[in-house]
Design a binder for this molecule. Structure first.
Ligand SMILES: Cc1ncc(COP(=O)(O)O)c(C=O)c1O
Length: 387
């Protein structure tokens, strides 16, 4: 990474890096290069211009601005954007794996990533072992002679467990194993995995990077060493990001740090309030000192985003569904990372290993007092109905 990029704040990266209004007739917002191909008046003119922009499946100027910004935020040498988080995850994994390889994967990762390894890549002879991943020993004990990849997600997005990243990466480096992490929850604003030794970072940009629940996208950030194989996956499997979707992510990114600081402030308020509520069994949020890995969380993250879970004392599906159905401000929905608050009833593995019913909530940008009032009403309503 160049020094110039290293000294920029997240805000400067998100707002200015890679944008050059003078190149585009002073347009403060870069245009969308919504074209599939790039033509030239002659063969000579085409080769004089260079070979970067030929066909949008290979490269596109709008997407390149996004690549530059996200790489700079992650402290990566380079990045590539994809049509979805899953396209980014599958490209990162497939760039590393061959038939007969073994992956050690954190067991609570985003479920389709788990299914990709367990049900899909297994068809091509890839083996996988799932581990709790909260201690480096879990990885050490799972290593086989053919282990090629550790697949990480820290924190995990349902029960918010962390992996000790520096220790896990040191172990992987010593054994020649590549580490891939899903950094969607923390974003580069709150966690920089490459600085802790991770080789490849993936994101669902459909969450905080886009931030407005209006676009599906993914990103891979890594070194020059790994990008060639990832770029090959991108062009051969073809899961590229459409330029318009890239432009929407660029628009979302401009407010990423500002949004995240507000998500953090709101989520902390709501999590603290829930932790005191008599109907709540446990709040699973790494920003609370009661989280079993709070010290680790403070060491490896500089902040906490807005997605977390809580379990209920009335441990039943009916109770969890009752609370969710009684919410008025929270929408019921699966995704997260947008401006809006969301809730889902879920069976959650609590920190004592027990499965308990509760809610996964995404705390949006509404006033936290309004969110607390909504939760208070819903918890009371569900309690009354349960009597
Ligand atoms: C943690 C995490 N990673 C990856 C993904 C996949 O991203 P996408 O939906 O953009 O394919 C999701 C989507 O919900 C997610 O929650």
């Amino acid at each position: 990474m160049s020094e110039e990029r290293e000294n920029l704040s997240y805000e400067e990266i998100c707002i200015h890096l890679g944008e050059d209004p003078e190149r585009y007739m002073g347009s403060v917002v870069p245009p969308i290069f919504q074209n599939s191909l790039f033509t030239a008046p002659s063969v000579e003119a085409r080769s004089r211009r260079g070979e970067r922009y030929i066909y949008t499946r290979e490269a596109n100027p709008t997407t390149d601005i996004l690549n530059a910004k996200i790489a700079a935020m992650e402290g990566a040498e380079t990045a590539r954007c994809f049509a979805s988080g899953m396209a980014a995850i599958s490209a990162a994994l497939m760039s590393q794996l061959r038939s007969g390889d073994h992956v050690v994967c954190v067991k609570n990762v985003y479920y389709p990533a788990r299914a990709l390894l367990q049900d899909y890549l297994s068809r091509f002879g890839v083996e996988v072992t799932f581990v709790q991943g909260t201690q480096v020993e879990h990885f050490e004990q799972a290593i086989r002679p053919n282990t090629r990849v550790f697949y990480l997600e820290s924190p995990t997005s349902i029960n918010l467990w962390l992996q000790p990243l520096e220790e896990v990466c040191a172990l992987a480096r010593a054994r020649g194993i590549t580490t891939i992490i899903d950094n969607t929850w923390a974003t580069p604003v709150f966690q920089q995995p490459l600085q802790m030794g991770v080789d490849i970072v993936v994101h669902s940009a459909s969450k905080y990077l886009g931030g407005h629940s209006d676009v599906i996208a993914g990103v891979v950030c890594t070194s020059q060493q790994h990008i060639e194989a990832i770029h090959r996956e991108m062009t051969l499997i073809g899961g590229i990001l459409d330029p318009f979707a890239g432009w929407l992510i660029l628009r979302g990114l401009r407010t990423l740090p500002t949004r995240l600081y507000q998500h953090q402030a709101n989520a902390l308020r709501v999590a603290q309030w829930l932790a005191e509520h008599p109907a709540v069994h446990n709040v699973l949020y790494p920003g609370l000192p009661s989280h079993p890995q709070y010290d680790l969380a403070r060491r490896q993250m500089s902040g906490f985003s807005g997605l977390f879970s809580f379990t209920l004392k009335r441990n039943s599906r009916e109770a969890a569904v009752g609370v969710v159905n009684a919410l008025r401000l929270f929408h019921i929905g699966v995704s997260w990372g947008g401006y809006e608050s969301l809730a889902l009833p879920m069976l959650i593995e609590d920190y004592d290993g027990e499965q308990r019913w509760g809610l996964r909530v995404h705390i949006g940008l509404e006033p936290p007092d309004s969110l607390i009032a909504d939760l208070e009403g819903a918890l009371r309503h569900a309690e009354d109905k349960g009597r």
